[in-house]
Design a protein around this ligand. Structure first.
Ligand SMILES: C[S@@+](CC[C@H](N)C(=O)[O-])C[C@H]1O[C@@H](n2cnc3c(N)ncnc32)[C@H](O)[C@@H]1O
Length: 452
């Protein structure tokens, strides 16, 4: 019998995030063992780095429940309690009640009845279900917020002994956090309660966001270090703008450009949806003739301009222009053409294809702005380079939009995901480049298009 069975209760926390529910829980109930999963590797890393993390008490792992098999991580029928939190920030609608939040993760909106019937259909009895209303006050910000949760306890319908459900009480006391002045109590109550929250916890759990809450992250690229100001981690998942963060695809592509300056050397480069980091554009400006870094979001562009100003200096700074470009916007496209009416040799987009409705305007815009140069050599012809997190995009839609606007997929990386397995232009970027491919998620993909 393994050590897991020595613990009194086994909990599975689905979508653990940075552990803001789990750490108070294990502090309150030191006997529990928690399997904590999230589809974001970064969230799982944050859990592992938390000061209260103990391997003997918490098993964090990356898992996308919609595709991965949980039983590879957790023995069947070994979990007593499953917890999951419903988050409440609407952004892009995928289908009825189903949205992509600002950070690309998903939110599904449901009623008590829907939840109860879903669990019933899957072999659980509903022990308790109710709405919990709180009034949350952040005194330092002079904010009072009304928040509502569904709190529920379910037990397997075939379990004879349901005594364990006593432990899965809807009442959870969260201890005050060490080293903070905050004191929070989520004891379920029919009466609204007033709670003063620390800002970080309040943002994580209750959706406060602020445009001034930035942090600086260091990005090392082939002996060059960039200090990039982004929206603080604790505000990211409540923010609608995805451009205020730095995404993994940008870091991969910037590493590729830093180690392969020939990709952009002497060329005119356009970055679409570059976000506040703009690291691909900044790296490209070291070798390219001209770089135009664009985004459709105003706040993102403001932060991007700060990042550009604080990271690069003339003569590279003189070659980098920041412009507003919402894909498909005629006025914006014409304004870019005024900067360069000959077209761009290289167009880059990292993590810009996750919104299905934006894929066609993205390709339409790229087609209008790409140089018609087909080049004698493959690596001299104009190219559109897209890098994305594999599971977050609908690749057939990308390919169909590409072909509609006259783009041909020449190559993809890693090779062999579908079809083309040649080690052509993209493959050569990785050969002997020193890029630590393993430090990037295996879910990243690069698509290299040229015009037909
Ligand atoms: C997921 S972020 C990626 C940011 C950056 N490329 C990176 O990888 O860190 C997507 C970016 O695309 C921008 N964007 C989304 N839809 C857009 C549109 N229709 N027109 C222009 N920019 C758009 C967002 O503002 C955001 O900056």
């Amino acid at each position: 019998m393994g050590p897991l069975f020595l613990w009194k209760r086994i909990i599975l926390e689905v979508g653990c995030g940075a552990g803001n529910t789990m750490f108070p829980l294990v502090a309150t109930y030191p006997d529990v063992f928690v399997h904590a999963c999230d589809f974001s590797p970064r969230a799982v890393d944050l859990v592992k780095m938390h000061k209260d993390f103990k391997e003997t008490q918490i098993s964090p792992f990356v898992c996308d429940l919609t595709v991965d098999d949980l039983n590879l991580q957790i023995p069947p029928s070994s979990v007593d309690i499953v917890t999951m939190e419903r988050l409440t920030c609407k952004d892009q609608m995928i289908s009825e009640n189903f949205y992509v939040r600002g950070d690309g993760t998903r939110a599904f909106y449901f009623s008590n009845e829907f939840l109860a019937s879903l669990f019933k259909d899957n072999g659980f009895n509903v022990k308790e279900i109710g709405l919990c209303c709180k009034q949350v006050e952040n005194r330092s910000r002079e904010l009072v917020m009304n928040r509502r949760w569904i709190q529920a306890v379910f037990c397997p319908s075939d379990a004879e002994d349901l005594s364990s459900s006593n432990h899965a009480s809807t009442e959870v006391d969260l201890p005050s956090q060490e080293n903070t002045e905050s004191s929070i109590s989520l004891k379920a109550s029919k009466e609204p309660v007033e709670v003063d929250m620390s800002e970080g916890v309040a943002a994580d759990m209750f959706g406060i966001s602020s445009s001034v809450e930035n942090e600086i992250i260091q990005v090392s690229l082939n002996e060059e270090n960039l200090s990039i100001r982004v929206l603080s981690r604790e505000y990211q998942h409540t923010c609608k703008s995805t451009g205020l963060m730095l995404w993994e695809s940008a870091q991969l592509m910037a590493s590729v450009l830093a180690r392969n300056p020939n990709i952009v050397s002497g060329k005119k480069v356009l970055e679409l949806g570059c976000g506040c980091g703009g690291i691909c554009s900044m790296v490209a400006a070291r070798s390219a003739d001209l770089v135009v870094a664009t985004d459709g979001d105003k706040k993102t562009l403001d932060l991007l301009m700060q990042n550009v100003a604080s990271n690069i200096a003339p003569p590279f700074l003189d070659k980098l222009i920041v412009k507003s470009l919402e894909w498909g916007d005629r006025g914006h496209i014409e304004a870019i053409k005024e900067v360069n009416d000959k077209g761009f040799n290289i167009i880059i987009g990292t993590d810009v294809t996750y919104i299905p409705e934006a894929i066609l305007p993205l390709f339409a815009t790229a087609r209008e702005l790409i140089s018609p140069n087909r080049g004698d050599e493959e690596d001299q012809a104009s190219a559109l380079i897209l890098c994305h997190v594999f599971r977050r995009v609908d690749e057939p839609s990308i390919l169909s939009a590409a072909s509609r606007y006259g783009f041909r997929l020449v190559e993809r990386w890693p090779a062999g995901i579908s079809g083309n397995s040649s080690q052509g232009v993209v493959g050569s970027w990785f050969a002997d480049s020193g890029i630590d491919k393993h430090s990037f998620s295996r879910a990243l993909s690069i698509m290299y298009f040229q015009i037909e």
